[in-house]
Design a binder for this molecule. Structure first.
Ligand SMILES: Nc1ncnc2c1ncn2[C@@H]1O[C@H](COP(=O)(O)OP(=O)(O)OP(=O)(O)O)[C@@H](O)[C@H]1O
Length: 322
């Protein structure tokens, strides 16, 4: 109950937008005199999927552990879902798949999930628990002992455990490192369905293509520092369109130039698309070119890949390293 004289303030607070799923500022951690993490700040909004990228030893896992209150930062602050990072009430609403983990090999997958359900202080029906295992492709293996599981199956079980308590934030540290292509696609679908339900996801993965497919934003760490961060559009720049055309006439060339700056290499044309593409720009262009008797052999989107961008950022960092 809120006392009457405090009600206006409580109403004001209730009307504020929800706190970010992750908020951290100035995180620092040194091991044996070396900075593992050096002044890292970023946010993950509610329902946002953010990728943490960087080379081996960049500090990604250490950042994740500091966010979750598993490693104490030397300085800086972190909050999860509006609570202090170590606060059990905030942690209870977070699902975590650690990079390295082992479950009790003598338990079955169903028993592991049940154990974690109890640890999370929640109660799920047997059906819900079986659905939880089926969601990660372990529906048929619920009664099998974890000791006989392959690495990929253990990782799938880890994901089921991370999701067991219907978290508002899911932190996945290398969730697909042991998975086959089908398993990776499953994880991608799970991440996208979490996002649809408004669950925020922080994803640490070396599989850049995967990050590019599911993440709204990325934070790139290099030697403990944030080397770059932003939405994919911000990091990858303008979208382009590549067209293979023959039979181009001056009116068709003018029509092409209306769309954006055009570069030509033989019969291939690259057009820079404007940022405010409303979705009809490309079909309208193709329709008009065809109406002008141009033969349209290919139309493909083009943009620098996240992998190329990441390598560029990391190599530029090496050049500037002290
Ligand atoms: N407990 C520890 N004791 C000593 N050094 C540590 C410890 N944990 C991490 N480090 C060091 O901190 C740095 C960052 O490690 P971290 O595991 O956070 O990197 P990462 O980006 O997750 O790497 P990877 O992609 O290889 O998993 C490394 O130099 C690592 O050796």
């Amino acid at each position: 109950m809120v006392a009457d004289h405090l009600r206006p303030a409580a109403d004001l607070v209730a009307a504020l937008p929800p706190s970010p799923a992750v908020w951290c500022t100035g995180l620092r951690k040194r091991y044996r005199g070396r900075h593992a993490v050096d002044d890292v700040s970023f946010q993950v909004g509610r329902g946002e999927v953010v990728g943490l990228l960087g080379p081996n030893g960049a500090g990604k896992t250490t950042v994740i552990k500091m966010l979750l209150g598993l490693v104490h930062p030397d300085s800086g602050e972190a909050m999860l879902l509006g609570g202090r990072s170590g606060d059990p009430a905030a942690r209870a609403r977070v699902g975590y798949l650690p990079e390295l983990f082992r479950y009790q090999p003598w338990l079955t997958a169903y028993e592991v999930l049940t154990l974690h359900m109890r640890l999370a202080g929640i109660s799920l029906t047997e059906r819900d628990r079986r659905d939880g295992l089926a969601r990660v492709g372990l529906g048929e293996r619920a009664g099998d002992r974890v000791g006989g599981f392959s690495k990929g199956m253990q990782q799938r079980l880890g994901l089921a455990v991370a999701l067991v308590a219907a978290p508002e934030l899911v932190v996945l540290d290398e969730p697909t490192s042991a998975l086959d292509p089908v398993g990776r696609a499953d994880v991608r679908d799970i991440v996208l369905s979490l996002k649809e339900r408004g669950v925020a996801v922080l994803l640490n993965s070396h599989l850049i293509g995967e990050v590019e497919r599911v993440c709204d934003r990325v934070v790139i760490l290099d030697r403990g520092r944030v080397a770059a961060s932003g939405s994919l559009a911000e990091l990858l720049g303008q979208r382009e369109l590549r067209l293979h055309l023959t039979g181009l006439t001056p009116p068709a060339e003018s029509r092409l130039a209306e769309t954006g700056v055009v570069e030509r290499e033989g019969d291939w044309f690259t057009v820079a698309l404007p940022a405010d593409d409303d979705g009809v720009l490309v079909p309208d262009l193709v329709r008009d070119l065809a109406a002008l008797d141009v033969r349209v052999h290919a139309v493909e989107p083009a943009r620098i890949s996240l992998e190329a961008r990441l390598l560029g950022i990391l190599r530029a960092g090496e050049g500037g390293a002290q």
